[in-house]
Write a protein that binds this ligand. Structure first.
Ligand code: PLP
Length: 484
């Protein structure tokens, strides 16, 4: 077949690959094993519109309402909205529903770009809280309660707090404590749980979910947005927004969702949300139990491998496996390449860390194939560094450390510029950013409009773009937008 989107997808689907990336279902294997062959086979015929009897996402009364009720049961929510434009749409709608133009929103500086978009669209004034850093792995960690308390005290007019938990690497924050701090000041707490839709089912089916951190739903958040497509088994772009408390104006959230979502909601996506809910409710015990056992098995086996460092952390959603093989001389992108050569596709590379995102659809054989490659690398490198790496490359990736420093050294801020011009990235020192620059993944802006460029940031961006990283906000001729 000629090179095309369909051609690529069909070719990829025909290969015997292992998915440690989104979506969480990992292909038709899961659905077939659970007796959903009909759905898999007739996918194209399920693509309809709001005909008689099909209900309506924007006025749900029958079958769509029933699916919403299933999510209310799973997440114990006051209301659960089905999203067909991803968590992104739920995040933007939630912000619009909770803050008015000119009001303050307190947000984690490592929020996803949809949060920055939502704040911008709502005309709200952002106040940043900076994340902790996980030493050794040099990745962003949790949002500490002491930091939030300080910002809340300094900004008594803040209306709402939004943060990711888990973040892209799986690090969760102590939502219970944050909820208490927020509620003491009548501040609404929105948790972007895009990466943690599975936390609540784990609580239900694996004796409280230990050692998983608790879900935001169980810890007092007001609104929680879950990308069920990332780790569970609804299809890409489907998600669920849960309203948990009476502090939130449900009608206003609904109105904002009507603005954000396509007026032609895909029935394939809403049906996949229905399947996902049924699978959790009817087969949850078996599936979450299996996933849990496979994870425990993987971590125990990986622990035996010298030179392979798999991240453990008390606040880690350990379904995200963060692997560092720098002791063997492999930087993140090299380890990712070694895995890919064996047909294993990971989700994210950050510095020395390769993150393998597991999901409800992963089987024991997937974990075994990952272990097989890690065992091989560990054995081959025993007592020596791989030839392609020199001694001074061992054990450290500068770019990740630089990013952490950039986030730690809070950038100088000016007002977001109105007049914009394009200049070369290398000439940007001291200029005010006009369009956010966002390496993808993880989709966290490293500089936002109104922040000033530092030499450290410029060097970091030059380094990661020369490593082939996709960066939104830098043009083909390494042009960026700055202004006054
Ligand atoms: C932390 C975080 N929040 C929100 C989103 C948006 O989720 P979705 O892709 O479902 O729109 C992402 C996407 O990767 C994310 O990483």
């Amino acid at each position: 077949m000629k090179e095309s989107i369909l051609g690529f997808l069909l070719e990829h689907a025909g290969k015997n690959t292992v998915s440690f990336h989104m979506p969480g279902h990992k292909g038709s294997r899961l659905f077939r094993s659970l007796g959903y062959d009909d759905a898999v086979e007739s996918l194209v015929d399920l693509d309809i519109t709001e005909i008689e009897g099909a209900d309506n996402l924007f006025k749900p009364e029958t079958i769509i309402r029933e699916t919403m009720n299933k999510y209310k049961e799973i997440y114990e929510s006051r209301e659960s909205f089905l999203l067909i434009n991803g968590s992104s749409s739920g995040i933007i709608a939630s912000i619009a529903a909770c803050v008015n133009r000119g009001e303050k929103i307190i947000m984690a500086r490592n929020c996803h770009k949809s949060v920055f978009a939502g704040v911008d669209m709502a005309g709200a004034e952002p106040v940043y809280v900076y994340p902790n850093v996980i030493e050794g792995f040099d990745i962003t960690g949790e949002i500490l309660a002491c930091e939030v308390k300080k910002v809340l005290d300094e900004n008594p007019d803040g209306k709402c707090l939004i943060l990711p938990s888990p973040n892209y690497y799986g690090i969760c924050s102590n939502i219970e404590e944050l909820a208490r701090l927020c509620h003491d000041k009548e501040v609404i707490l929105i948790v972007d749980q895009a990466h943690g839709a599975h936390l609540k089912p784990f609580e239900i089916y694996t004796e409280g979910g230990e050692p998983f951190p608790k879900s935001a739903e169980s810890q007092g958040a007001d609104i929680v947005i879950n990308s069920t497509h990332k780790t569970l088994c609804s299809f890409t772009q489907s998600a669920v927004l849960n309203i948990m408390t009476r502090a939130v104006d449900k009608g206003r959230v609904e109105d904002c969702l009507q603005i954000m979502e396509s007026t032609s909601p895909s029935y394939i996506l809403t049906a996949s949300l229905d399947m996902n809910a049924d699978i959790i409710l009817q087969r949850g015990e078996e599936l979450f139990g299996k996933w849990f056992n496979n994870l425990n098995y993987f971590y125990a086996e990986a622990d035996k491998l010298s030179g392979i460092n798999v991240m453990r952390y008390s606040m880690l959603d350990f379904s995200k496996i963060n692997i560092d093989a720098s002791e063997l001389g492999y930087r993140g992108f090299q380890l990712e390449e070694e895995l890919r050569k064996e047909g294993i596709f990971s989700e994210l590379v950050a510095g020395n860390v390769v993150m393998c995102m597991t999901g409800i659809g992963n089987e024991r054989e997937d974990f075994d194939r990952l272990l097989e490659v890690l065992r091989k690398l560990s054995a081959e490198s025993e007592g020596r560094l791989p030839e392609h790496l020199s001694q001074n490359e061992k054990g450290g990736c500068k770019s990740s450390k630089k990013l952490v420093n950039i986030l730690k050294n809070k950038p100088e801020r000016a007002k977001a510029p109105r007049c914009k011009k394009k200049i070369k990235l290398e000439d940007a020192m001291g200029e005010v950013c006009a369009s956010a620059i966002i390496p993808y993944p993880p989709g966290i802006p490293v500089i936002c409009p109104g922040e000033k460029f530092t030499q450290e940031l410029i060097d970091y961006l030059i380094e990661i773009s020369s490593n082939g990283r996709k960066i939104i906000g830098i043009g083909a001729d390494s042009e960026i937008s700055v202004g006054k």
